[in-house]
Design a binder for this molecule. Structure first.
Ligand code: EPU
Length: 339
């Protein structure tokens, strides 16, 4: 491990080799490289062949368990362009390093529909296509047409059509069968020119009224998020730490027999019970292990309240998971990727 050296990066003072991550874990990599073109990425893969390689975005969904003995690659390619228009549809290609919310802000300003419900989600375009980020009834996969990638082993470019990405709830082929094998270089989205508001989730319709613009939906989403979720610029977190479990109907019925008004949603042939509710019932709101804390306003989120170590976060997450299993017999699994 090299000694850290201060440097200016994008106008910010950073310590060399510290890995950017929204949890604000102080972890370092042996090497961190940024690339500015697909050709440069290929050269870096050639240069570091045989080493442990991890491509990251903003590190908004990662929990590093310690220093990373390998090479972190990050895209500095941040352009977006319109590819094609066909009637009501517009195809937009965005490069992997573009901040997702900057893209969405631009699309909303252009009056284009499709991604406005994902406003203010931290992270970059490439990672959001791997993670299939979602919020307020919309997932990235709903707008993704295809994903451009490069194979880590030999620098071959490959395009994955939406169906080949095997998208599921916060899931894709890039997190499973092909984990670590392909690096996303850009994503093609389909947007709409005519109104396609998706307002069925929670209070969105009440906040926006009947016929909003994409920007009005964006503002409403940001308002709801600010009330519930910690700002990663203010307090370290990786958003939701756990996924919402989908349980068989019998399991839900048994819980509903014991508790008043269990929140639940029919999904994929089962019943989704919000993990936030399960965690709250176990008394975890605001509780801490070391510097890690279950967020008071939304217990699905674990925050770095006070110089938390990866161990603090892991221990807290494990204890939360154990108590939900003991009380309800339900396993909640992390949404965050442990590295
Ligand atoms: N709830 C509680 N107690 C709380 C908060 C929530 O019981 O303190 C229950 C309520 O019944 C509420 C329900 O949980 O109706 C759902 O809460 P919320 O609408 O905040 O959504 P979520 O299911 O907890 C998911 C995503 C979020 C996304 C929101 C909105 C996952 C893992 N999380 O959270 O995504 O913003 O829906 O769509 O699916 C993320 O992935 O990082 C993320 C923040």
């Amino acid at each position: 491990m090299e000694n850290g050296k201060w440097k200016i990066d994008n106008g910010k003072l950073t310590m060399e080799n510290y890995i950017p991550n929204t949890f604000r874990m102080k972890v370092r990599a042996r090497v961190i490289e940024e690339y500015h073109s697909v050709g440069e990425l290929r050269s870096l893969l050639e240069k570091y062949r045989g080493e442990r390689i991890l491509a990251i975005g903003a590190g908004s969904n990662l929990l590093f368990q310690g220093d990373f003995d390998g090479v972190i690659l990050h895209s500095a390619m941040r352009r977006a362009r319109a590819l094609d228009e066909n009637g009501d549809e517009v195809l937009i290609e965005a490069q992997a390093g573009l901040v997702m919310d900057e893209l969405i802000a631009q699309l909303c300003d252009m009056g284009l529909w499709g991604l406005e419900n994902l406003s203010h989600i931290p992270g970059e375009v490439g990672a959001s296509a791997v993670q299939n980020v979602g919020a307020y009834g919309v997932e990235a996969k709903d707008a993704i047409v295809r994903v451009h990638t490069m194979r880590v082993s030999d620098g071959q470019e490959r395009i994955f059509e939406n169906a080949e990405c095997r998208y599921g709830y916060r899931d894709s082929i890039f997190k499973n069968e092909l984990k670590g094998q392909y690096i996303v270089t850009s994503v093609v989205y389909r947007l709409w020119k005519t109104p396609h508001p998706q307002l069925d989730y929670g209070h969105l319709r009440a906040v926006t009224g009947g016929t909003p613009t994409p920007n009005e939906v964006r503002q409403a989403v940001m308002q709801i998020r600010r009330q519930k979720l910690p700002e990663v610029s203010e307090i370290g977190s990786a958003g939701s730490f756990f996924k919402n479990p989908i349980v068989p109907h019998e399991v839900y019925e048994a819980i509903a027999g014991q508790y008043n008004q269990v929140p639940h949603f029919e999904q994929d042939g089962g019943v989704k019970i919000p993990a936030a509710w399960l965690i709250e019932q176990c008394g975890w709101k605001g509780k801490r292990v070391g510097g890690a804390q279950v967020y008071e306003k939304q217990p699905l989120v674990i925050v770095n309240a006070d110089n938390a170590t990866p161990e603090d976060v892991k221990n807290l997450a494990q204890q939360v998971c154990d108590s939900v299993r003991e009380k309800f017999g339900i396993h909640i699994s992390p949404e965050v990727n442990y590295i």
